[in-house]
Design a protein around this ligand. Structure first.
Ligand code: GDP
Ligand code: MG
Length: 435
């Protein structure tokens, strides 16, 4: 761990359990990291209080030390709070209207284009419309964007009344046979009552299926306070976080969930039309905690799990009662585990001998098919497999008698080798062998 938590990890290297003292120590660093990532201080407070209860008494995760375990559990909890990806809701009658709201400059118009482009790429008929009557340039900006991606843009430059304009553009859009209409709305530099009234009126007129608040992640806490007011006055169904590129730290995502309780649906990650993706909680959580840190933790855990499995596998391979059934099971495990070398490495004395061993996955599939075509009895007692049985097995597995012979021979050799190794007693196994 090199990024934010080297401190806590170093300090708690030798702690055996997550007792209260260990947890308190770890949470000090976590608190600082969360605040640095722009998470609201009250949200941090509540989050840490809640999680402390869960952490105390937990086992240290295999492959990690106590400090790393705390960070991993914090990460899991962040994922939990951030929620799952939630798709856009659909209206019963087309078009589904998605209204974008938010202050000026947060990225509404850009996002309208991005969202329209995203839905178009999913095969939907999409259009955009603007209800901004105060700034004619706003509608132009939207239509230029729409044109660049060949989507219809509904405007009426003559109409100066926002509500009437909304009625007109919706009417036009409805006749166009669209699945989705993205409605870009006017913004202001600050919250103002007139704008809120206007948005509520538009809402009541068009009954949008989604009202998405476009939140500028660079604005940190301010974005949340504004969003809260929008939520109280207009009612939001979700949030799109923009500018989650560059320096934005993503902490605001946590506040969105904790303070507003609505899902984050999409994330804008740049100025270009394709810089847009459905919300991935893991990406945001990693942004909050530090990407490198979390990835290395997950890799360590994975390595520990693999080692565990490989150890068990090696143990079974050393078992003299090795049957074709075992072989098949092991082939399946090998497929999941990756290279056979990793498993054989666990058997001391073998590692060096198999340096150049290359395992062909296609070969595995064949062996598995052949064993599958055997009866349970044949798998336990391969010596009963005579000519006519071989013929049946070959036919059943879509292979040849030669293939069947090859598998049987390989199996015999493996078993012989294992017996020899066990007897020679030269090897010291890293675990206790059952006798
Ligand atoms: P509006 O006033 O809410 O409609 O905001 P605009 O859509 O006009 O965007 C304001 C500025 O933010 C523009 O310069 C956009 O290019 C920029 N912008 C929007 N979304 C993103 C984003 O996800 N990342 C970055 N870096 N810039 C963005
Ligand atoms: Mg705009």
């Amino acid at each position: 761990l090199t990024e934010k938590f080297s401190n806590v990890v170093e300090k708690l290297k030798r702690a055996k359990k997550l007792d209260e003292k260990t947890v308190d120590e770890a949470l000090k660093d976590i608190r600082r990291a969360l605040i640095e990532a722009d998470v609201n201080i009250e949200v941090v407070q509540k989050f840490l209080n809640d999680i402390k209860q869960k952490l105390v008494g937990q086992e240290v995760i295999k492959g990690l030390n106590a400090g790393e375990t705390v960070i991993k559990l914090i990460y899991d909890e962040l994922l939990n709070i951030l929620g799952k990806e939630e798709p856009l809701k659909k209206a019963e009658k087309t078009p589904t209207i998605i209204m974008l709201v938010g202050l000026q400059g947060t990225g509404k118009t850009t996002t309208a284009g991005k969202l329209a482009n995203y839905l178009k790429s999913k095969g939907f008929a999409v259009g955009v419309a603007s209800t901004d009557v105060r700034r004619p340039a706003a509608a132009k900006q939207l239509c230029t964007l729409a044109e660049s991606i060949n989507l219809p843009c509904f405007v009426d430059e003559e109409e100066k009344d926002a509500i009437k304009l909304t009625e007109k553009v919706i009417e036009k859009a409805k006749n166009a046979g669209l699945s989705y209409l993205i409605l870009d709305t006017a913004g202001r530099l600050h919250i103002d009552q007139e704008l809120m009234d206007e948005l509520v009126e538009i809402k009541n007129k068009v009954h949008p299926t989604e009202i998405l608040y476009v939140a500028d992640a660079m604005q940190g806490q301010d974005a949340i306070n504004t969003a809260k007011e929008y939520h109280e006055k207009v009612g939001l169904t979700g949030v799109i976080l923009t500018k989650v590129d560059g320096d934005a730290k993503g902490g605001i995502a946590l506040s969105v969930r904790q303070v507003l309780g609505v899902p984050i649906k999409f994330v804008g990650v740049g100025e270009k039309i394709n810089d847009f993706e459905p919300f991935h909680p893991d990406r945001i959580a990693q942004r909050i905690l530090g990407l490198g840190d979390i990835q290395s933790l997950i890799e360590k855990m994975q390595a520990a799990i693999d080692e565990d499995k490989a150890e068990k596998m090696a143990k079974r391979m050393m078992n003299a009662e090795f049957t074709l059934e075992d072989l098949k099971e092991q082939l399946q495990m090998i497929k999941n585990l990756g290279p056979l070398e990793n498993i054989l490495k666990m058997i001391p004395g073998i590692g060096s001998k198999i340096k150049d061993l290359k395992v062909d996955n296609k070969q595995f599939v064949k062996i598995e098919a052949i064993i599958n075509s055997m009866t349970p009895e044949e798998r336990q007692n391969p010596h009963i497999i005579n000519g006519s049985r071989k013929k049946r097995i070959a036919r059943g597995s879509g292979t040849t008698i030669m293939d069947v012979n090859k598998v049987l021979k390989q199996y015999k050799e493996m078993k012989k080798l294992m017996k020899k190794m066990k007897k020679s007693g030269k090897m010291k196994l890293p675990f206790n062998m059952p006798n």
